[in-house]
Structures are given as structure tokens and as C-alpha cells.
Ligand binder design. Structure first.
Ligand SMILES: Cc1cc2nc3c(=O)[nH]c(=O)nc-3n(C[C@H](O)[C@H](O)[C@H](O)COP(=O)(O)O)c2cc1C
Length: 176
């Protein structure tokens, strides 16, 4: 067993598709890349996520208590990395990275039109924000592009490595 394993745990347990989190405040929308999220409940869907207190998104989410989790596919991979290597403090990422904002229905935050799914979320529990930067979100509304049958989502393994979702298999199971 390698002694270096501890540094690879994140890549081994990558939690799910990389998402683009949009937030908005005083008419200014922003986008950040996020891969540290986890499902916590089926219905209503509850999602926990870690957003660093160094990110511009952190303060806005703490204040507005709403965001959209936009799920991109592999076609947007380079833009996903760009949104995760720059800060909305410095410029408008929608404009610079040529993404299209679309109106959400239950939150004031825009959706990203180019993403195949968009989850409108509200912060329902912020008790672990101070200690872990961990926000608990409830998905209030979910949008999907019906034309995307098998979304090739991207999964971050660390150090610039991404796995692209591929083959799907179906097995009999009692679990939802
Ligand atoms: C693939 C990838 C995944 C990332 N995942 C997270 C994450 O889960 N949580 C986080 O706080 N930052 C994450 N980041 C870093 C933020 O996206 C980055 O700090 C970004 O500049 C924040 O933007 P903002 O200052 O506009 O909010 C990730 C970056 C990349 C490239």
C-alpha cells in the first residue's frame, strides 16, 4: 500500500459531476466551479456542498441564501476550468466566458443556458458554514434539457484530471 494515499482520497471519492454554481447580488451574477457536493435526501432533494470562504461566491451565498447548481457536460469542460480559476470579484464571467444567463423561476439567480440541467436551490441550513464552509441546500426546482439523453458529465479527480461519464448499466435493486 502506498504511503501517498492520503493525498489521493479526494480523487478516489470524487463526489459527482462538477457543477457551475451561479449566484447573484444587486443585479450582478457570478459563476463558480464546484465539485465538493453530496446528496443528503431524496425528496425534497437536499444537497450539501463546500464553498471556500475565500471565494467571492461564499459571501453572496451566505447573504442571499440562494443559488443555482448548473450541470455542464464535457463540451463545456474548458469553461468549467476557467470559471474555477478566476474570481467574479475581477470580472463578469458570463460575459468573458460567453455563457448565457436565463431567468430562473423560484430564485433571483440566473441559470446557465448552456448546461443540460439547472437546479434552483435555497440554503436551508447554514450551521456548518462557520466550521466547514458547508452549506446545506434544498433543490426547489429542477430543469433538464430533454434533448440530452446521455449527458457526458465531468468528474474532477484532482490536479487537472477529469473523468467523463460514460456507459450506463441497469441492475435490479430495491434502492431508489
Ligand atoms: C474542477 C474544479 C472544482 C472546484 N471545486 C470547488 C469546490 O467544490 N469548492 C470550492 O470552494 N471551490 C472549488 N473550486 C475552486 C473555485 O471554483 C474557485 O476558487 C473560483 O475561483 C471561485 O470563484 P468566485 O471567486 O467567483 O466565487 C473548484 C475549481 C475547479 C477548477
Amino acid at each position: 500500500m502506498t504511503l501517498q494515499l492520503i493525498t489521493k482520497v479526494y480523487g478516489l471519492l470524487e463526489p459527482g459531476p462538477v457543477v457551475l454554481v451561479t449566484t447573484a447580488h444587486e443585479g450582478r451574477a457570478n459563476i463558480m466551479t464546484m465539485s465538493w457536493h453530496t446528496m443528503m435526501e431524496f425528496e425534497p432533494p437536499i444537497v450539501g456542498c463546500v464553498i471556500s470562504n475565500r471565494d467571492y461566491t461564499f459571501g453572496i451565498l451566505k447573504q442571499t441564501k440562494e443559488c443555482v447548481s448548473n450541470i455542464p457536460t464535457a463540451e463545456l469542460a474548458a469553461t468549467v476550468v476557467d470559471c474555477g480559476n478566476t474570481s467574479g470579484r475581477d470580472f463578469d464571467k458570463f460575459e468573458v466566458f460567453q455563457l448565457t444567463p436565463a431567468a430562473a423561476s423560484l430564485v433571483k439567480t440566473p441559470l446557465i443556458d448552456e448546461c443540460y440541467a439547472n437546479l434552483e436551490c435555497k440554503v436551508v441550513d447554514a450551521r456548518m458554514v462557520a466550521k466547514y464552509n458547508f452549506f446545506i441546500l434544498e433543490v426547489q426546482k429542477a430543469w433538464f434539457a430533454p434533448s440530452t439523453k446521455r449527458p457526458r458529465t465531468i468528474h474532477h479527480q484532482g490536479k487537472g484530471m477529469f473523468m467523463v461519464a460514460g456507459r450506463t448499466i441497469k441492475l435490479p435493486t430495491k434502492v431508489k
